[in-house]
Design a protein around this ligand. Structure first.
Ligand code: NAG
Ligand code: NAG
Ligand code: NAG
Length: 636
């Protein structure tokens, strides 16, 4: 080639280079998705139109933190990360450590071609329950007993703030299951057996996400900014109706029953703008909910006009087949085709990417389905402002576990206490207790154990035992804080009869119940309080005047002991602020809680819910004695 030829080629190359870069510059200016002046719909449409299949499929994934890094997020265009139960960046990690981890993942997401931010999800189901020093609120069953939706909304707002204090933007809450059988290990995650009460308690959603504007179109999710989080109504649908309460099992009920019992919570959640809905592991009449096109696409999206995204449960795809992962191609095709948009695939995410890519390329799944899924996810991300503010700063750290939240939890505890028996007759009540007595006994496995008091989904998935890992007040400490300084409080976990009789106690407070559990590990066909609980009740209440406080995630077998017990309180799983229990025991406040569930006599009556023809409870749904605050109010 001669010089002239080379010059021509150079000019051509320079020209080409200019053209390419100029159009790139123009393109950047026209990137509508980056410009908040455009409507969210316009931004979603623009962004989806720019995405490759690979980028779209990555966006549909949520992976567990321990199996991913910033580089892997970038490599696979992954849209979201999560902590499974108990998955933490470091033992007793501080809020700053959590923020640093989330921001590190965010850097990976933002370094992709299109720079789509990720969000991070966690099970904050009774406060920010995985995080060291967070406020632990009562589990949902206790909140149901308060009958106070406005309180529950405030708890949602406090939880959102503590979650954001750690840089996290998404919570798998609320569980709006309508537990119809207390043998189910997740019954405490349910506000009530009554669909209407569950509907009322969806007020937690505007607490978590912010209030939806009055003119907001039907089904459109709404999250109001950097102190709010993405919420998730779960588990769609019928999770609380499985046979014998077996976790993840089959809910056998006709369509009318499903609509009347298990669906109303979703009507309310959607009208309050819930951003996401999680599919249930369970089946409806033998069809897995993760593969239920009729109920997910047909009913939820088309009939109810839900515009947020549907997320799978943790490894929910795997469990479409039995045994799990028997045919992952089938599972992915069934789940995506049913209408699930985002998939919690904690570990095997490259397999998901490969299989879904093949299914789209083979036209087993149309691109329109993928675009629908991605569009919904991006809608939520854009609407919550994460494109504009992808990184968490430390400004909210100060809200983790603050006194205001602990006071709120304490208020919730005292309002959730249900007084089931109070002395032999109404004119001889035992409660409220006198603050001044020479000597009293506190007994029981649950008197001085914050872990037991909080239940499952606390620090660890299955909960913990003891006081070392949690910040809060045990009921024993609360009693000591409350009685007159001249009252001697003797604590003995498991006293024998001789000890109880021979010490001149004025009365005893016995605190026993279930040990922590979560999900299937909590399924129980006998619903008995584990020993030595019953033995402690018998030893103490057989000898002296006693108040028994039951710490449990549900009604348990208590009928055989009621005759021995002078006063009986259902305290559910109250969480970190045990002072709320002493508040009502000693008359600082009156008892107001009402049973959110039917209390059975024997397990062979189950399932038995209010309105059933064979209804013959020990204590009916809605039962709860009240007391008046005593004159000797103490300051809180
Ligand atoms: C948790 O609270 C305890 C007691 O107030 C405090 O000593 C500790 O530093 C806190 N931990 C973190 C990580 O902030
Ligand atoms: C797995 O599922 C796919 C898609 O439904 C099907 O074509 C294939 O035959 C199944 N494989 C086995 C081993 O059952
Ligand atoms: C009751 O069921 C639980 C859970 O299934 C079991 O661990 C326990 O041993 C049973 N208790 C009795 C008294 O049968």
């Amino acid at each position: 080639m001669d010089l002239e030829g080379m010059a021509k080629i150079s000019i051509l190359l320079v020209g080409l280079w200019l053209l390419v870069n100029w159009s790139g510059l123009l393109d950047a200016k026209n990137m509508k998705y980056k410009n908040p002046k455009h409507s969210t719909d316009t931004r979603v449409e623009d962004l989806v139109s720019r995405m490759t299949l690979e980028e779209k499929i990555g966006q549909m994934l949520q992976v567990e933190r321990k199996y991913v890094s910033a580089d892997l997020l970038k490599k696979y265009f992954i849209g979201a990360v999560l902590s499974e139960g108990g998955s933490i960046p470091a033992p007793q990690a501080s809020a700053e450590t959590w923020i640093d981890m989330v921001n590190e993942f965010q850097k990976g997401a933002l370094s992709t071609r299109l720079g789509i931010p990720m969000f991070y999800g966690i099970d904050a189901v009774h406060g920010h329950n995985t995080v060291h020093n967070a406020t632990i609120f009562p589990h949902n069953i206790g909140l149901g007993a308060t009958r106070d939706p406005e309180l529950v909304k405030r708890i949602g707002a406090a939880t959102a703030l503590e979650v954001r204090a750690t840089g996290i933007q998404y919570v798998y809450s609320p569980c709006i299951a309508v537990c119809r059988d207390p043998r189910w290990g997740r019954c405490y995650e349910s506000f009530s057996e009554d669909p209407e009460l569950v509907q009322a308690m969806t007020e937690i959603i505007p607490g978590l996400q912010g209030d939806i504007p009055n003119d907001s179109p039907k089904g459109v999710p709404f999250i109001t900014g950097k102190e709010k989080v993405i919420g998730c109504a779960k588990h769609y649908v019928g999770d609380g109706g499985t046979i014998n309460g077996i976790d993840e099992h089959n809910t056998v009920i006709d369509r009318d029953g499903l609509m009347k019992i298990h669906m109303p919570g979703y009507f309310s959640s959607i009208s309050k703008g819930v951003a996401t809905i999680m599919a249930s592991y369970s089946s409806w009449n033998g069809v897995k909910m993760h593969a239920h096109h009729d109920l997910i696409t047909g009913f939820l999206k088309n009939t109810l006009h839900f515009k947020g995204f549907v997320i799978s449960d943790f490894e929910g795809l795997d469990r479409i087949t039995s045994p799990p992962r028997a045919n992952i191609t089938y599972s992915i095709e069934a789940g995506v085709s049913a209408g699930i948009d985002m998939f919690m695939v904690p570990k095997h995410y490259t397999e998901f990417i490969d299989v879904l890519t093949m299914l789209v390329k083979n036209k087993h799944i149309p691109m329109s389905r993928i675009d629908d899924a991605v569009g919904r996810i991006l809608w939520v991300k854009l609407m919550m402002g994460i494109f504009e503010n992808p990184f968490a700063d430390y400004s909210l750290v100060k809200y983790l576990g603050i006194q205001e939240h602990r006071n709120l939890a304490r208020e919730a505890v005292r309002k959730s206490m249900v007084l089931l028996k109070n002395g032999e007759s109404a004119d001889k009540p035992l409660l409220p207790l006198p603050k001044k007595s020479p000597k009293i006994l506190v007994a029981g496995s649950h008197a001085d154990n914050l872990g037991y008091q909080c239940g499952g989904w606390t620090i660890e998935w299955q909960g913990v035992s003891g006081n070392n890992l949690l910040k809060g007040t045990t009921i024993l400490t609360a009693v000591k804080n409350t009685v007159d300084p001249e009252t001697t409080v003797v604590y003995k976990e498991n006293p024998d009869v001789e000890f109880v009789k021979s010490n001149g106690f004025s009365y005893a407070i016995v605190i026993v119940g279930e040990h922590p559990y979560a999900e299937m590990y909590g399924d129980s066909m006998n619903l008995t309080i584990p020993e030595p609980g019953p033995k402690i009740i018998t030893n103490v209440c057989g000898a002296i005047k006693c108040v028994v406080i039951i710490i449990s995630g549900r009604p348990v077998v208590i009928e055989p002991y009621v005759g021995l017990i002078d006063a009986l309180v259902a305290a559910w799983l109250p969480g970190s602020e045990g002072q709320g229990v002493a508040d009502v025991l000693y008359g600082g406040y009156g008892f107001t809680g009402k049973l959110p569930r039917t209390w059975f006599k024997t397990v062979d009556q189950l399932p038995m819910n209010v309105g059933d023809p064979h209804y013959d409870p020990l204590f009916p749904f809605g039962f709860g004695l009240s007391t008046k605050p005593s004159k000797a109010l103490y300051s809180s």
